[in-house]
Ligand binder design. Structure first.
Ligand code: FMN
Length: 466
């Protein structure tokens, strides 16, 4: 379970967006206080219904937002917030709570709910006054389907809260579960039946499956003590593939003997104007020596020229800040792909004549001689001034030279504070366990827990970790 602040960046972004939307369209500004959303008709009395969400890539946050919009349009007072924003005292005082709980990792809580889980869910609380409704969201191809939502429901039950309706489980955006959820929420709120707007993915959230071809593949880190990292270049067979920096690709792994078809996600390192998709894929070797399903297929089995099926997935939680904002990028291993996309976007912005603020990259790998992935690319960005500062840490160097990426943070505390003081955004990409947790702690030590939480809440601290 990763450590995290009360406000995970991507869901905070979604919360800000919906708060703005609601402020503009649903309610007079003077009726909005401390996140409480009261209907313009003035029909609802008493405490607003809390709508809390746990969402990593934003789909669950969208469910919560649309639920809030629908209830507000029916005259209910609602308050929308990421789960980390709820503390024990608020919960004990609350009477009505709706929860949208997605799962990430291996049955884990999303970043914007992890703190809630670690602070509150280790033991039952006194929640006898609370009535709640819950929809758990996940993907049935994962072993721990809806793992976090199920744990949350078990804990609410153990804490004496009353389920207003049987908890629902949705395989991604399952439209039937969405309809059932909306109807249950309407009954829970005591409003007339809600409209049941179809929960199709947001425009562009997930593209239709497309055929692409494997054009190039080579190992970037020959001689590394780590597993091989492959640089893959894919070419679309048809025109019209669109994505932006921060987005991910979902690759279809065909069914084969004893194994159903599956999907695997990878960060896109390139942008569509380059006419190709670049990925970094590290070979996974299981303890029994066999190859990981996705990496084995992509790095070993697929031949150059072969076609594959993929979908492009919008990942708004990791879309870059405005080009004129200072940018601090932190990551390790194949996380460089997601960070490189953000730098490529800045390079493109500069070519388009926009003012671009400098970036600073802190990157961790194992070997100083073998693991300088994409060094020439990084050096070119330095020469262009896009990358003002490049710091690398290598963990398998002899003696005191061995450092992890998180070890780069404390020695540069003054510069980091200065950049953040001048408005820098922090983007972290790579390994969740280990790297992202340690980087988070190091950033907290330098910037302060509260300040980092504020950065997350305002969308200036974002992570794409796996
Ligand atoms: C890296 C990753 C790990 C995931 N792990 C799980 C899991 O363990 N169990 C599960 O049911 N779903 C899992 N999912 C599926 C997500 O729960 C599902 O895609 C959901 O729609 C994401 O919702 P969100 O956008 O609110 O985060 C995972 C998805 C990703 C990208």
């Amino acid at each position: 379970m990763n450590a995290w602040t009360p406000d995970a960046a991507r869901s905070a972004w979604a919360a800000l967006a919906v708060a703005l939307w609601l402020a503009l369209w649903l309610i007079p500004w003077r009726q909005r206080r401390h996140g409480h959303i009261r209907p313009s008709g003035g029909g609802a009395q008493g405490e607003p219904i809390l709508i809390a969400y746990a969402s990593q890539s934003g789909q669950g946050a969208q469910w919560a937002e649309r639920t809030a919009q629908q209830l507000a349009s029916q005259g209910c007072a609602v308050r929308l917030l990421p789960l980390n924003r709820l503390n024990g005292a608020q919960l004990q005082g609350a009477t009505r709570l709706l929860l949208v709980a997605s799962t990430t990792g291996e049955g884990d809580a999303p970043d914007n709910a992890a703190l809630f889980e670690s602070r509150l869910m280790h033991a039952p609380q006194q929640l006898q006054k609370l009535q709640y409704g819950l929809v758990a969201r996940g993907d049935r191809s994962y072993a721990r389907f809806c793992g976090f939502g199920r744990r949350l429901n078990d804990w609410l039950q153990a804490s004496g809260a009353g389920a207003a309706f049987a908890p629902l489980e949705a395989d991604n955006d399952d439209p039937q579960v969405w309809q059932a959820w909306l109807q249950n929420c309407a009954r829970f709120a005591g409003t007339s039946t809600l409209k049941g707007e179809a929960m199709t993915p947001a425009p562009g959230a997930l593209s239709a499956p497309q055929a692409w071809r494997l054009q190039q593949r080579h190992v970037l880190n020959a001689g590394s003590p780590g597993a091989p990292v492959h640089h893959l270049v894919l070419q679309p067979l048809d025109a019209g593939a669109h994505w932006q920096a921060g987005d991910v690709v979902r690759i279809h792994l065909p069914a084969r003997e004893g194994q159903a078809a599956a999907w695997r996600e990878y960060s896109l390192a390139s942008l569509p104007h380059e006419g190709r998709a670049e990925l970094l894929v590290r070979e996974v070797h299981r303890p029994d020596g066999s190859a990981g399903r996705g990496s084995g297929w992509l790095c070993r089995e697929l031949a150059l020229g072969d076609t594959l099926t993929l979908q492009l997935r919008s990942n708004p939680g990791f879309h870059g800040p405005a080009a004129e904002r200072l940018l601090i990028l932190i990551g390790n291993g194949t996380g460089l792909a997601g960070l490189a996309a953000l730098l490529t976007a800045r390079e493109q912005a500069r070519h388009a004549g926009q003012a671009v603020a400098p970036a600073w990259l802190m990157f961790g790998e194992r070997s100083a001689s073998a693991d300088r992935h994409w060094d020439s690319r990084l050096q070119a960005w330095r020469t262009q001034g896009l990358l003002q500062q490049l710091d690398r840490a290598f963990s398998r160097e002899p003696g005191t030279a061995a450092r992890y990426v998180q070890d780069l943070i404390a020695p540069q505390a003054a510069m980091l504070r200065d950049w953040v003081g001048r408005g820098a955004a922090l983007y972290v990409c790579g390994q969740r366990q280990g790297m992202a947790q340690s980087v988070h702690r190091a950033l907290e030590a330098v910037l302060g827990e509260e300040a980092l939480a504020q950065l997350a809440a305002s969308g200036r601290y974002r992570r794409d970790v796996y």
